[in-house]
Design a protein around this ligand. Structure first.
Ligand code: PLP
Length: 395
């Protein structure tokens, strides 16, 4: 008997536990101080009323013999896949419902998709980025090539002639940097993938935050993408489903490698290892696309984006370099005075009693940078901004 030794190559995920430890210690030593957080990547607004109403109705249906449902369609109920394809139609993207797979969230699918790829594939991952891409590939023992995000390229790394790899992750809008690829930039990635027969894993979990109509919200808005890309999306940050759990993955029928349809492989994988998302949750997700649901979701997103605007305004006034915050809930700033990520974390905590996330936790290129999120309640954001404003001279 042998364990999967690849797990021993994982770095301890100490980022959030170390943050928690430092914050608890500070609170213990300074019980009179009010510590506030702009560090969380979780939503704070409750589910929209249209969603909870739809879920309540579905609960009642489940308690009635005439409307009770057992196992559902493994790919997701037709009503939800139809609503999702209607949403894509508005983006100018034509999707067959068979290309949409409903799941319990993007994180699971991003990890599970690796089942359908050979372990000897080389994987390209931007640095910094959402750590799940790195860890899931380390677990599988795949070779990882990092591509550098930096202030110079706006944290949007691009392919060059010499870039070799079989699978590439693209996260736009990006967690943690908030940077968003343009259509022209994504076209270069699509052309690169088509030329090398690579596959793009496109994470659009934050697409609903994009306000600029010229920016792409789906990779399928780019010509040729259906031949080289799988897209992962989620109701988590869009509609407050972080605790309710629902997302979806799009695997186009056109996407083939080694003469095999990836849609068929993923269908086989999902029907073997996954039994679907609860009917109640899928009815809630369907309501996100109703007229009322859409309005309510938009209101919540605008609330978070206004938080981001308030935070970036004070950073601009302080002369601090940042990216993100206008088409994304994340603000990625350069630590002032050339401080390291953890040094700045300590200063923010000690002097201003504000908690954020050290950029180095998202990759080596995150060193010297810092992530703030716009997911807090407005009163917390205003308090944080006031503290930063009063501390201008320190920066
Ligand atoms: N993708 C990115 C870039 C994320 O930041 C997150 C969550 O923070 C996810 C995916 C996971 O989303 P879900 O809640 O749908 O699993």
């Amino acid at each position: 008997m042998n364990i999967n030794r690849n797990y021993l190559n994982l770095h301890d995920s100490y980022l959030f536990s170390l943050i928690g430890k430092k914050v608890n210690e500070y609170k213990r030593q300074n019980p009179e101080k009010e510590v506030i957080s702009l560090g969380i990547g979780d939503v704070t607004l409750p589910l929209p009323a249209a969603v909870t109403e739809a879920m309540s109705k579905a609960v009642s249906e489940m308690g009635n013999a005439a409307t009770f449902r057992g196992y559902g369609e493994e790919q997701g109920y037709g009503f939800l896949r139809k609503a999702i394809s209607g949403y894509y139609e508005k983006k100018g993207v034509d999707l067959d419902e068979k290309e949409i797979f409903v799941s319990d969230g993007a994180k699971s699918d991003l990890g599970n998709i690796l089942d359908i790829f050979d372990v000897n594939n080389t994987v390209i991952i931007p640095d910094p980025v959402y750590p799940v891409y790195v860890d899931t590939n380390i677990m599988a023992g795949r070779k990882i090539v990092f591509i550098d995000g930096s202030a110079e390229n706006g944290f949007l790394p691009m392919p060059d002639e010499g870039l070799y790899g079989d699978i590439v992750y693209i996260c736009s809008p990006n967690n943690p940097t908030g940077a968003v690829y343009t259509k022209e930039q994504l076209k270069k990635w699509v052309d690169w993938a088509l030329a090398r027969e690579a596959v793009i894993l496109f994470d659009s979990a934050y697409e609903a935050f994009i306000q600029d109509e010229n920016l792409p919200t789906s990779i399928y808005q780019i010509d040729g993408a259906k031949y080289c890309a799988i897209e992962f999306c989620s109701f988590s940050k869009t509609a407050g489903f972080t605790g309710t759990r629902c997302g979806y993955t799009v695997v186009p029928k056109e996407l083939e490698r080694n003469g095999v349809s990836l849609n068929k492989l993923w269908l086989r994988r999902q029907t073997t290892k996954f039994n679907g998302v609860s009917y109640i949750v899928q009815r809630g997700a369907e309501a996100v696309f109703s007229k009322e649901g859409f309005k309510q979701v938009k209101k919540n997103i605008n609330y978070y984006l206004e938080n981001a605007r308030i935070i970036t305004e004070v950073l601009s006034q302080a002369g601090i370099w940042y990216t993100g915050g206008n088409n994304s809930p994340y603000i990625w700033l350069k630590c002032p005075d050339n401080m390291s990520s953890w040094e700045f974390f300590d200063v923010l905590l000690d002097k201003y009693n504000i908690v954020g996330t050290p950029g180095v936790g998202f990759g080596n290129n995150g060193e010297g940078f810092f992530r703030l999120t716009a997911f807090a309640n407005r009163d917390i954001v205003l308090k944080a901004v006031e503290r930063i404003r009063n501390g201008f001279s320190r920066f």
